[in-house]
Design a protein around this ligand. Structure first.
Ligand SMILES: C[S@@+](CC[C@H](N)C(=O)[O-])C[C@H]1O[C@@H](n2cnc3c(N)ncnc32)[C@H](O)[C@@H]1O
Length: 437
């Protein structure tokens, strides 16, 4: 593809991303799937450029807003190329209107570029924090509640692209063996900083990797690996993964149990559970069963299984959430989120935790997790749960994994794990542990 054609594709993709309910990476995957003629080099370039726009979206939107231009794909690309220092002559030649290139620059575009020239220097200093640090204005308070004075630093860390995290499946290989198998296929990895099961890979086409297909590794961010380690599932236990989805954590728990005991993977989403079954087969897991359950307010699906009530040794509630911990992967997602969405999520999380807690046996463990950094989805849910359920108490995090990872439990009781992109280099994540009296 000539560079101008790449820009045309980027504009088209940005328009798709901004209008879609799906996360940006899913929209991009679909976009490329439908355009097989776009080769891998061009795909990588366009993917990187998409991420670069997402990382700068606050700044770009603020500038476009000041200049009275809607933030559509074309305006965003022009503003971004301008910010990157592209000369006007280059933009004139790339936005030429020739075949496969963006439509030729018109009077509005030239006025935009003139306006952007005027928004550098002292004018740029008027940029408010939300624009500079790339978050919607309303999020200032909930983000400050977590990051305080480190907000700028934290948001800068969200601007770093997340690496491809892999978890080694100990049922099939040690970390060293898995790394060697991948290296033989030309996929170089390095050990993760904290997770003893983790490898970090560069940009790898994993789908075609025999090591991946044989189940030696699974794709999983370090924060999720640490969450599963914190649960410390033991061989022989009855474990419920209440919001199992496609099973990232179920698979990690099952591997820790060495195929002894039972994992009950619940979800309301039958399609995700179907995917989990396939992954479990690939990973050589034999102690896992999936079960579609009905949401609290849905009478059409299966109710909670009565046979497990008060019997599980360990219940994990990896609840649906705002996803505010995952913005390194989906830089656009923060702009699709409204304050009311976060409130709604918090209400649902409280209901889910309450419901799932009935499955824990006396003396058993309960874990609550969200890939969010908003305290209203973390500490506030925990406090409300403890106030309403006196038979549960916080359970300080323990186990060899803690010492190995150099992490400490946070909160008064050391019963929570708060992972942050600018501190730990992981997704933002919150885990809390409880014990039933
Ligand atoms: C954060 S995702 C789970 C990710 C998964 N644990 C993993 O590690 O890959 C949250 C899951 O909760 C499920 N969910 C939503 N509402 C639910 C409910 N009322 N009961 C059980 N699961 C629910 C969603 O379908 C989604 O799969």
């Amino acid at each position: 593809m000539i560079p101008a054609a790449r820009l045309a594709a980027l504009i088209e993709l940005l328009d798709g991303v901004q209008g879609a309910a799906l996360p940006a990476d899913r929209v991009a995957q679909r976009y490329f799937r439908e355009r097989r003629f776009i080769g891998s080099k061009d795909r990588n370039w366009i993917g990187d450029a998409l991420f670069a726009v997402g990382r700068d979206l606050g700044r770009l939107r603020w500038r476009l807003d000041r200049l009275g231009r809607a933030p559509d794909g074309r305006a965003l690309v022009l503003a971004q190329r301008h910010a990157e220092g592209d000369e006007r002559s280059l933009l004139e030649s790339q936005f030429s209107g020739e075949r496969y290139t963006p439509a030729a620059l018109d009077a509005d575009d030239r006025a935009l570029l003139d306006g952007l020239d005027g928004l550098t220097g002292p004018a740029a200093e008027a940029m408010p924090g939300w624009a500079r640090d790339n978050y919607p204005d309303w999020m200032e308070a909930p983000l400050r509640a977590r990051f305080g004075a480190d907000l700028g630093q934290a948001m800068a860390a969200y601007g770093e692209r997340a690496p491809l995290g892999l978890r080694v499946n100990l049922l099939k290989a040690s970390r060293e063996k898995a790394a060697a198998a991948l290296a033989e296929e030309g996929i170089e990895t390095t050990p993760m900083a904290r997770s003893p099961l983790g490898l970090v890979a560069g940009r790898a086409a994993l789908g075609a990797s025999p090591a991946y297909r044989r189940g030696l590794v699974e794709v999983q961010d370090e924060a999720s690996q640490l969450c599963a380690l914190a649960c410390a599932a033991r061989p022989g236990e009855q474990v419920v993964d209440f919001c199992a989805g496609a099973g990232g954590k179920s698979l990690a728990l099952a591997a820790a149990m060495a195929n002894k005991g039972q994992i009950h993977a619940f979800d309301i989403d039958a399609r995700a559970l179907g995917e989990l079954k396939k992954r479990a087969d690939r990973a050589g897991i034999r102690n896992l069963q999936t079960r579609r359950i009905a949401a609290e307010d849905d009478r059409s699906g299966e109710p909670l299984p009565a046979d497990l009530a008060g019997r599980a040794d360990l219940v994990l509630v990896d609840a649906p959430c705002s996803g505010s911990g995952t913005w390194r992967r989906n830089p656009f997602a923060r702009w699709q989120l409204e304050a009311a969405d976060v409130e709604r999520q918090a209400t649902r999380q409280a209901a889910l935790l309450d419901r799932a807690s009935a499955l824990v046996r006396p003396g058993g463990r309960l874990f609550y997790a969200v890939c969010s950094v908003f305290p209203v989805e973390g500490e506030a849910v925990v406090a409300a749960f403890l106030a309403a359920n006196p038979d549960f108490r916080p359970r300080p995090l323990d186990g060899d994994w803690l010492a190995e990872t150099g992490l400490k439990g946070s909160g008064e009781d050391g019963a929570a794990l708060v992972l942050l992109p600018h501190v730990h280099g992981t997704d933002g994540f919150f885990v809390a542990a409880f014990e039933r009296a």
